[in-house]
Design a protein. Structure first.
Length: 412
């Protein structure tokens, strides 16, 4: 089999996002259990927000036609948040001509009143209030439905519910929402050299660290996790793990076994049990990344080197799983900064170097975390951003502008 051309990252991501189909099964959940879930259908507002005209200031509600600068009006009563004019029985609910109503922020605007004057622009003397300004109709008034009109779409299908959306739902009196089922993701590491943490190492052995990093990122996503542990370089054991994943999971993520070594059986099994979409990328770190599918399960093959596994998960698997979960894709934030260090780079691959981004009086500055070898995990653990160096770019001198991508929530 000939060697495939290295695929650009953007092309690979586009293929994944257009090939994957979101899950369609849904269920209703109370909003207190819906954090992180993805809406299966739009949310339509059952009410106006605000539900009534109300004051945006502490001050006095009145009829603008009654007032010119220096005019004195009689104080009719008061309106507080949750206690509109007339609720105490002492006054009617309508602001009478020639009168004003003491009103607090959020209180319902009395009938007849059409504006609010701030308390700083009024002087009270007993039940007489003199105003030093001439208001306009609607001044300091929040109109009914001006934020959210009844019947309007509040949240679109595909919205992932966060701490921003849940209070919005609660403010509308919505107690439950219909959300998509979470994808179930199987996870395993491959390699005879891998040992579980807490066990002694023999010569030539290393601890399985990739699975802990990948699992930590999965736990921040809208997925259920099936951890299949460490699978040795044995084709029958690997086949059994693949078949387990096919029966139980919507996606399978492996770490290691997708390069060209003699004992790398993962790609061979993928070709036998399913199909490969692509398996080599023009990125660094992370060239030996595989995407494909088994009979009923999507497949993501991460490289074995620790940094490569984390970078390819963040850049490729994260948006793919979000698509599978029905979430709308949002490209990561990228900024421009000045590099404080010279950066080694050879043209040919898009490079995700690890850096420390800082805001200075002169703007954004980024420093390298040191060695950028894909096996040096400390370069990632010290970083707070990627330094994204274009495919065709070569060595970068200190003081040059570079593109930076601050770490998202998965790596925070």
């Amino acid at each position: 089999m000939g060697q495939p051309a290295l695929r650009p990252l953007d092309d690979a991501l586009h293929e994944m996002l257009t090939t994957l189909s979101p899950l369609t099964e849904s269920l209703a959940l109370p909003i207190e259990q819906a954090l992180g879930r993805v809406l299966a259908e739009p949310v339509i507002s059952p009410m106006d927000v605000p539900p009534f005209d109300n004051s945006a200031m502490d001050g006095y509600a009145l009829r603008s036609a009654d007032l010119a600068a220096g005019t004195t009006l009689l104080l009719q009563g008061r309106a507080l948040a949750g206690h509109p004019l007339g609720c105490e029985g002492a006054y009617g609910s309508t602001c009478e001509a020639g009168h004003c109503v003491r009103i607090m922020t959020g209180a319902a605007l009395p009938e007849g009143a059409d504006c609010v004057i701030m308390q700083e622009e009024a002087q009270a003397d007993g039940n007489r209030v003199t105003f030093t300004t001439t208001p306009q109709p609607g001044q300091h008034v929040r109109r009914r439905g001006e934020d959210i009109p009844r019947g309007s779409e509040v949240l679109a299908a595909g919205t992932r519910l966060t701490a921003r959306e849940l209070p919005l739902l609660a403010s509308l009196g919505i107690a439950s929402v219909r959300v998509l089922r979470r994808p179930k993701v199987a996870l395993l590491s491959t390699g005879d050299e891998l040992k579980a943490v807490g066990t002694p190492l023999a010569h030539g052995e290393i601890y399985d660290s990739n699975r802990y990093g990948v699992r930590a990122m999965l736990e921040r996503l809208n997925v259920e996790i099936l951890d299949l542990g460490i699978i040795p370089d044995d084709p029958e054991q690997l086949r059994a793990a693949f078949e387990h994943a096919q029966r139980e999971a919507d996606a399978l993520i492996t770490s290691g076994g997708v390069s060209v070594g003699e004992a790398d059986y993962t790609k061979q099994l993928l070709e036998e049990l399913g199909e490969i979409g692509f398996w080599k990328l023009a990125i660094k770190p992370g060239k030996p990344f595989a995407f494909g599918r088994l009979a009923h399960t999507w497949f993501f093959g991460l490289p074995g080197n620790p940094v490569s596994a984390m970078v390819t998960f963040d850049q490729l698997v994260r948006p793919a799983l979000a698509r599978l979960a029905g979430e709308r894709y949002r490209a990561p934030l990228r900024l421009t900064a000045i590099t404080a260090d010279a950066l080694k780079k050879a043209p040919g691959r898009l490079d995700f170097q690890r850096g420390i981004l800082e805001s200075t009086p002169d703007g954004l500055v980024v420093r390298s975390t040191g060695s950028q070898d894909s096996g040096v995990f400390s370069s990632l653990s010290r970083a707070n951003c990627y330094i994204v160096l274009e495919c065709e770019r070569g060595r970068v001198a200190a003081g040059e502008s570079v593109t930076v991508e601050p770490f998202g929530s998965l790596l925070q």
